[in-house]
Design a protein around this ligand. Structure first.
Ligand SMILES: *Cc1c(COP(=O)(O)O)cnc(C)c1O
Length: 404
């Protein structure tokens, strides 16, 4: 086999359908977020980032940076081992306690990323409970889908955010079979929010466990940043709450929280937890500082809500079509893969504005978009420049506007 031609042909096919991924080579400027330096073809030059998942700018928060510097000086660079063999650092233990408390659960378990936490926890739970049947929301993240697939458990997909369909599927399950319902709170591409209470009602009626991914909600919603379930007073109804330390918390890592025995079960049986080097102590220390800060400070959340409202209002004012939703995510709908990529390049080259195009397979064909994430570190001037640039390109491309 000619391996090189095989790889090239597959990549060419991706390019043809506009699905080939090009990474922007940027250097973020601590203390000056959302400003960054673009080192790509057009660079080096300064750009404003409008598509970061560091939703609150915690990646440059002084408390977080100080905690990380301190931990490097105290503990060195790496953890030095897996959690089982010399790698459990005191910062991991403190962080797990903090996260359990954040979600009102007995215990928490850290992973090297949110992806790994979903993949590993779902695959372990579904594979290790004999006869387990998994019910997965149609829009679930790849990390959940892959984890469930790997478990080889029987699985059913329920229509997105549709508790009635979930109930229909659950009704057919054999009496007494273990069942697991996996879903998210804030869905990151459309920014819509799950009816958590109704899904929990259905799950409870059928004796199913619930597993909620709050990756795009932790730090952002609820009085202490515990997510949508905290905001709505539903945390105790969920069996597992999963989150990331890499988005609103601004650092890196993932986790699950739940009962002491469930967490101990995953800790004891999950390959993706056991056989990998623990997170560097400085990451755990930085995440700990970030979680603690957002438990007691509303400043960042308020700033974000104000920026989101302002961006939405301004875009509506000039008729740029956005997907309406109750969250912090502002999807600007282009609905064409080639135009979406082209507009993104144009914004970068002509205005130093960086918004990554979101194309298939991340979203459906015909639903291509620019996913804008306003944050408390974006200034009014940043917003003005974004809105006028988008308005200019909308006219140039003769794209449809919404009637205000
Ligand atoms: C980003 C994401 C993850 C993975 O989290 P990481 O910490 O980035 O690995 C999991 N679930 C959802 C819904 C996500 O968007």
């Amino acid at each position: 086999m000619d391996y090189e031609s095989f790889f090239e042909a597959k990549l060419d096919a991706l390019r043809e359908e506009g699905a080939y991924r090009v990474f922007a080579d940027i250097k973020r400027k601590a203390g000056a977020f959302p400003q960054a330096r673009n080192h790509g073809e057009i660079g080096p030059r300064d750009v404003t980032v409008w598509c970061s998942n560091d939703y609150l700018g915690m990646g440059q928060h002084p408390d977080v940076l100080a905690a990380m510097h301190k931990a490097i000086d105290e503990c060195g660079a790496g953890a030095g081992g897996t959690r089982n063999i010399s790698g459990t650092n005191h910062y991991h233990v403190l962080l797990e306690e903090e996260l359990a408390d954040l979600h009102g659960k007995e215990a928490a378990l850290l992973f090297t990323s949110g992806y790994v936490s979903n993949w590993t926890s779902l695959s372990t739970l579904a594979a290790r409970m004999p006869g387990c049947i998994v019910y997965s929301d149609a829009m679930n993240h790849a990390s959940m889908i892959e984890g469930i697939r790997h478990s080889r458990a029987e699985r059913h997909i329920f229509r997105h955010n549709d508790p009635a369909h979930l109930e229909e599927l659950l009704k057919d399950a054999p009496e007494g079979a273990p069942k697991l319902v996996a879903f998210e709170s804030v869905y990151s591409m459309d920014g819509d929010i799950a009816p958590i209470d109704e899904i929990c009602d259905v799950a409870e009626r059928h004796g199913a466990m619930t597993y909620l991914d709050e990756v795009h909600a932790v730090g952002l919603y609820g009085p202490r940043g515990g997510g949508i379930a905290e905001r709505d007073g539903l945390m105790d109804r969920l069996t597992v709450i999963e989150g990331t330390l890499g988005k609103a918390f601004g650092v890196m890592g993932g986790y699950i929280t739940g009962s002491r025995s469930l967490i101990d079960f995953v800790r004891s049986f999950a390959s993706g937890f056991i056989f990998t080097t623990a997170l560097p102590p400085a990451l755990a220390a930085g995440a700990l500082a970030s979680v603690r800060r957002l438990k007691t400070s509303d400043l960042e959340r308020e700033g974000q809500r104000a920026a989101v409202a302002k961006v939405r209002q301004r875009l509506n004012g000039v008729g740029i079509p956005t997907l309406d939703n109750p969250s912090h995510i502002v999807p600007v709908m282009v609905k064409d893969a080639v135009k979406c990529k082209w507009i993104s390049d144009w914004l970068m080259e002509n205005h130093g504005i960086y918004v990554q195009p979101i194309n298939y397979p991340t979203v459906a064909r015909g639903a291509e978009r620019l996913r804008i994430t306003p944050s408390p570190v974006h200034t009014d001037d940043d917003i003005d420049r974004l809105v006028s640039a988008l308005s200019e390109i909308w006219s140039q491309c003769a794209l449809a506007r919404m009637v205000a």
